[in-house]
Design a protein around this ligand. Sequence first.
Ligand code: B1M
Length: 221
Amino acid sequence: MLIKVGNNMDENILKNIKTALTKGDRAGVVKLTKEALGKGIDVKTILEDGLIASMNAIGEKFKANEIFIPEVLIAAKAMHAGIAVLEPFFAASGIKPIGKVVIGTVKGDLHDIGKNIVSMMLKGACFEVMDLGIDVPPGKFAEIVQAKGADIIAMSSLLTTSMGAMKDTIKLLKDSGVRDKVKIIVGGAPITQSFADAIGADGYAKDAATAVDRAKELLSK
Ligand code: B1M
C-alpha cells in the first residue's frame, strides 16, 4: 500500500506542502498532507521530504536573518498541524522519535516564548519533547531524568537573575548521580557559549534552529 515518491504528481504535492508551510498556511498543510496520504505516499516520505525538509529550510532562513520569529512561529504551528494528521500512522510506519528531550524555563523565570519555539522546532525535527513549562526547579529536572529517562535536558533562561538556576540544576543532576546519563543544552538571550562552558553544559544554542542542530550533534556523539 505504501509507495515512495516516484512521480511528478507526488513530488508536486510535497513541493506544495513546502510552499504552504513556508507561508504558515495551516489549513493548506493539513489539506495537502491528507491529499498526500490519500495518494498513497508513505508517511515517512511525507514527514521527511515534505514537512521536515520545509521546517529545515525555515530554520536556515531564520539563521540567515531572512525571516523572523513571527514567521517561524506560524510555520511551526502549520508544521504541527501536518504532524497531527500523520501521527496516527506513525506506529504502523515504524517511525520512532530520534531522541527524548526534557525542556523547561529554569527556576525564577516565567519567559516561555523562546522556549516554546525551541520545543516546537525539536518536535518538528522528530524529537519526543517533554515540556516542563516555566519556573522549573532543579529538582524537577533531576526527578524526571531519574523517573522517566531522557537523552537531553534543554534549559532556557531570559533573565540574568535566573541564569544561576542552570548551574544549580547541573549541580543537582551531578549530586543525584544522573548527570552522565543526559546531555545538557542551554540557551536564551543572556546565555553565551562561555557561560555554558563555565557551568558544564554540553551545548549552547543561540536560537531555536541551532538548538535542533546541537541536539542532533549531541545524540550522534
Ligand atoms: Co521580560 N524581560 N521580564 N517579560 N521580557 C526581558 C527578557 C528583558 C530583556 C526586557 C528588558 O529589560 N529589556 C528583561 C531581562 C533583563 C535581564 O535580566 N537581562 C526582562 C525583565 C527584567 C522582566 C521582568 C523582571 C520585568 C519586571 O517584572 N520588572 C519580568 C520577570 C518575570 C519572571 O520571569 N520572573 C518580566 C516579565 C515579562 C513578561 C511576563 C511580561 C513577558 C513574558 C511573556 C512570556 O514569555 N510568556 C516578558 C517579555 C515578553 C519580555 C521580552 C520583551 C521579550 C522576550 C521574548 O519572548 N522574546 C524581553 C525583551 C526582549 O527580548 N526584547 C524581556 C522573543 C523570543 C522568541 O526570544 O526568548 O530570546 P528569546 O528566545 C530565542 C533565543 O534566546 C533562543 O531561541 C529563541 C528563538 O530563537 N532560546 C534558546 C531561548 N531559549 C533557548 C533554549 C535553548 C536554545 C535557544 O536551548 C535549550
